[in-house]
Design a protein around this ligand. Sequence first.
Ligand SMILES: [Ca+2]
Ligand SMILES: [Ca+2]
Length: 426
Amino acid sequence: MIAAFRAASFVAASFVSASFVAASFIAVSASAQAPAAPSKGTPKPEAPKVDAPKAAPIPELRFERMLPELPLVRPIQTLQRPGDTTHLYIVEQPGRILVVDPSKRDTKEASVFLDIREPVNDGGNEEGLLSVAFAPDFDKSHKLYAYYTAAKPRRSILARFTVSDDGMTCDPKSEELILEQSQPYSNHNGGAVVFGPDGMLYLSLGDGGAANDPHNNGQNLGTFLGKILRIDASKTGAKGEPYAIPADNPFVGKEGAKGEIWAYGLRNVWRMAFDSKTGDLWAGDVGQNIWEEIDLIEKGGNYGWNAREGTHEFEGGKGDGPFKEPVVDYHHREGQSVTGGQVYRGKAIPALDGAYIYADFQSSNVWGIRMADGKSTKPKVIAMKRGELVSSIDAMHDGSLVVSTFNGGQEKGNPGSLWRLVEASK
Ligand SMILES: [Ca+2]
Ligand SMILES: [Ca+2]
C-alpha cells in the first residue's frame, strides 16, 4: 500500500495527485468496459497475429459494499479462521482485530478478537498492525501469527498468539516473540505474513525506508530488510530460536547471508499471496518514482531493487544481476502504490478462475491478468472505486475476494470500508 512507501513527505503530495490521476483514468476504464458491438452479416475477420499470449478474457467486476453500518478504522486485511466460514476477521492498522458474522449485513458493532494497540506503534502512515495469519495446524495449535511495528526502539515484530477454544478471542498476554527487525525509518515495513502450501511461514519486509534504499539493503543478503523470508514456525531452531530455518532455503550455509531469506531485491512488498491451486507466490512490490510492479516470487530470486524499478534501470542504484523481471509493471500515471492481490479460485465467477487480481492503493484501479506461455496478458482494468484507497484484497475459503479500503484519506484514524468483488453484470 501506501505510497508513502515513498518518503513520508511525499504522502500529502501524492495523495493530492490521486484525484488528478482518477480523472485521467476514466477514459481508459470506460473503453475497457465497452466491448465492441458485433457487426451484422459480415464474416468474422481473422484474429491478428500478436505477441501477447492467448488466454480467456477476464470479466468486469464491481465493488459491492459489505457491513455498511460497521465503523472501521483503517482496515488492512480480512480473513477467515481455518475450518470456519461463518465469521470474518477484520484487521485494523492501529492494532485491533474484530470478528463479525458477515451475513448480518446491518450489524453496527463487532466483537474485539484481539487488541494490541498498546504494543503496536502506528505513528507513521506505514506503521501499525500490518498482517496476520492463522497457523496451518490451527485446529490443533490454536495459534495466530501477527506482524506489526513497535516503538522505542523502532522495530518490526513477528509474534505468535494463542486463540481461545471457540475461536472468538485472542489473549494479548499469550504473545510469544518469533522474530524482530530493527527499523531505521517509519516507512517501508512491508509486509505480509502468509503460509505456503509447504506449511512454511513467508514474511515480507521492506527495505527499511526513507527513499532510494540509502543503505542498499535490497541487495544485501546480510539483512532481512528488502526481503521475503521463509521460516518453519512449527519448530524451534538448533540454538533454541523460536523458529527453524528450512534446510532447503536458498542461502543456507552461504557466507555472510541470512539463512531465512527466500527472495531479495524487494523494495516494499505490500501484500503477497499463494495461488491456492498452483502454489505460485505472487507479490506486489511498491515502486519509488515511476514504476509499480507485480512479481512471481521464486526461490533465491533477486527482484532488482535498488538497481531496478519495475522493468527499468533505477538511476543511482547498485547491484549485479541477473535480476528477475516483474510479471508486469505500471507507470505512476495509472496509480502510485501497488496493492498485491490474489489469484481467483472461487466457484461463483467461473470466467475469473485463474486470473490474478491486483490493485493500486491510490488510484483504486483493480486489474486482472493471466499467465500464458510464461508471460502475462495485457493488464485490464476490471473494476475501480474512486475515492477509496485499496489497502488489501483477500481471499476467503470459498475463493471469493474481499477488498479493504480507507475512505478517501490517509490521515491517522480515518475510517474504512469492506467490499466484495462481484461480477459487474450481476
Ligand atoms: Ca521502516
Ligand atoms: Ca523489481
